[in-house]
Design a protein around this ligand. Structure first.
Ligand SMILES: [Cu+2]
Length: 307
């Protein structure tokens, strides 16, 4: 028997090994890539621990000393149930109109675990804003958390329609890293929805017998100081500290209900309270100022048009 033994020749074997190795490398690379997504570094942006990017000059900033990863300050937030690896999961979103109910939700991380560690920002670990989609019925609530990470808060949707709920929080990861996120979800109050038009733009408003006026003209794309003053009759109303400042401002964009970044200026500014507002682009916005006088919180609303 003179024939050679039946076995692949060396070059076929080498080719098989090379192809097999390539396939393995691609599979491994794909798997690792999914576990550890490479940071995007488009347009010179600096990668951050949270896996998203900040344009130069708008990097992560701090609340109370710890580094906090935040979205670009010029972007609106609250447009998604998931962002920066966190997901808002309400247990129910339908509420009978005008009936006292309870909103319950969790914040889940990338591994679908309920988050239980939150940083206290503006005196609270969780701020919940609820407003109907026509920007009426504004509520600013502070849910409480059960040990398993389930947040709950009494909630009444006062009129029929679709409402938007924003969970504004700073999550603390296992490694101690902090991520400031605002997630949003729709809630529904079934019934006939009769949307109301936005009130006309004004820099003065009245609420509960107080007159609230502000100075400052928001411009698209740059932080603008807005200075609010509250008066009762002829006298200035003495503002009290509320949520760690002399007032709390939320601004929402008409059209998509984007939630804007607002930062209170620390300290009291005479009898006024000042915020830095960054408006992402032209449009109409509704601002809500919560302020406290004599132990009671009041909310003034303002429509502002940004050209
Ligand atoms: Cu709050």
């Amino acid at each position: 028997m003179g024939g050679p033994p039946l076995r692949p020749d060396r070059s076929t074997l080498r080719l098989a090994l090379v192809v097999g190795g390539l396939v393995l490398a691609v599979l491994l690379g794909f798997g690792l890539g999914r576990l550890n997504p490479p940071p995007s570094t488009a347009s010179g942006a600096a990668p951050t621990a949270g896996g998203h990017t900040h344009p130069p000059g708008t990097g992560a900033h701090s609340h109370g000393g710890a580094a906090v990863d935040q979205g670009t300050a010029a972007d609106a937030a609250g447009l998604s149930v998931s962002a920066a690896g966190y997901t808002l999961t309400p247990s129910a979103v339908e509420f009978p109109v005008g009936r006292a109910g309870e909103l319950r939700f969790q914040i889940r991380d990338q591994r679908r675990r309920a988050v239980t560690r939150f940083a206290v920002v503006h005196d609270k670990p969780m701020h919940l804003i609820v407003v109907r989609r026509d920007l009426t019925g504004y509520q600013h609530l502070h849910p409480t958390m059960a040990p398993d990470g389930t947040w709950s808060v009494p909630l009444t949707l006062t009129e029929p329609g679709v409402w938007r709920a924003y969970a504004d929080f700073t999550a603390v990861a296992d490694d101690g890293g902090q991520t400031a996120v605002t997630l949003g979800t729709d809630l529904t109050a079934p019934g006939g929805y009769a949307p109301r038009p936005l009130p006309a733009p004004a820099t003065t408003g009245t609420v509960d017998g107080f007159t609230v006026a502000y100075e400052g003209t928001p411009k698209a794309g740059e932080p603008t100081p807005l200075r609010f003053r509250v008066s009762a009759g002829a006298a200035t109303a003495p503002l009290e500290r509320y949520l760690g400042a002399y007032g709390h401002l939320v601004a929402l964009r008409e059209g998509d209900l984007g939630y804007l970044h607002v930062h209170p200026q620390s300290g009291q500014d005479g009898d006024a309270v000042t915020f830095q507002l960054t408006v992402p682009g032209p449009g109409r916005y509704r601002m809500f100022l919560d302020f406290q006088v004599a132990g009671v919180v009041h909310t003034a609303g303002f429509t502002v048009t940004v050209p």
